[in-house]
Write a protein that binds this ligand. Sequence first.
Ligand code: UDP
Length: 458
Amino acid sequence: MEKEQRGASKTHVLLVPFPLQGHINPMIQLSKRLASKRLKITLVSTSSARISMEGREADSPVEVNFISDGYQEGKAETMDEALERIETETSLSLAKLIEDLKTTEYPAKFLIYDSIMPWMMNVALAQGLEGAPFFTQSCAATAIYAHVHQGTLKLPLPLEETQVMLPGMPELRSNDLPSLVYDPCSYPALHKLLLGQLLNLHKASFLLWNTFDGLEDEVVSWMARQWPIKPVGPTIPSIYLDKRLEDDIDYGLNLFKSNSDACLKWLDSKGIGSVVYVSFGSLATVGAEQMEEVAWGLKNSNINFLWVVRESEVKKLPTSFLEEITERGLVVSWSPQLQVLAHKSVGCFVTHCGWNSVLEALSLGVPMVAMPYWVDQPTNAKFVKDVWQVGVRVQVNEKGLVEKEEIARCIKEVMEGERRLEMKRNSERLKEMAREAVDKGGSSDKNIEEFVRKLIHN
Ligand code: UDP
């Protein structure tokens, strides 16, 4: 039935993710959902993502196109320079793509852009298109930026114990706030980008959010009183949730290579719920000293572990660690994370709390050890531990390090501790809520249907 719907409408929607894995992944999934609902969908990625891509399968319901983001291989630049380059270049190259499409059978009618690329809204309007941002971070983290934006949260906050009360949120200490709130001077362009997400919202026709009903209801209600936001998540491939869409196509937009077979074969050899999966996502760089603590913490816990250490991080592993780990541990440079989290052997996820990783763990019912680094991750960790109660959070010592004993203690608490069954039950409940949200007639599904109906009949 889904296949019959494809191509039924000529309404052509472009989706543009920011060129990072944690932004591309949810946008691919949103693209698939929209393509299954009568829209013609083109995912527009950018040149820097193309460089690292593997080949993609042909004949897929979502087309993939590329625009330039001005990236030049080997050219050194700061993060702030990169962000400014991306804004300038993608504004021009997206406008050109929309122009070119005007003379084709399927001119673009609507633009869904990554909320951290707010300039895209102006490109859409200048080209006669309507637009909608898609927020790939939690509603809670963005609500905190909204309070900064509205002046109800004044910056800079002192780093010492500050307690902040914000509508719809638990009491937050400074280490629960997004890092850019108490550290607004580092990475000024990134700071501008995150606050800038909220500048253009009055121009947008819809505001789509990667969250779901029941997850962060009170803060979603507060946000909905400011702007008409629509939860459409979690953007987990439906094969893991409602099993409705069989589209398991690899769009080849993987910025890292994984040896999936080796990971899954190793997991197959382990007992149910006996493995801790460890990953700090696609961006976080862990200091060498911290890497050492994680390594010995995992080894000393005496629990099976699958640890993702990206190629750029491997040199920080303690000498001899790789030789010393037995069949109890496996270190890989990238994993098929969803397959890993869905595997029956995995009982715990040590995560940096990137929003996708958190949503993936919640949707697959895996309890977590939260080890946040920066941006929105501390706020996500607060919700993991205190709001949803699906995990624990590591304590950082006075040197800013999480010691090996603390890592082993947290893993044991989730895997073997007194509260393990309670955390597992809470995780299972959220997994069910995620499934209900995207199931036919569920809250996120209805929001997507409403969006599609309005687009087609406009
Ligand atoms: N991911 C993966 N394999 C890995 C590590 C991460 O496929 O070994 C995926 C993960 O499933 C998620 C994304 O990369 O979809 C990371 O996004 P997240 O928001 O969690 O963190 P970020 O990388 O943006 O910090």
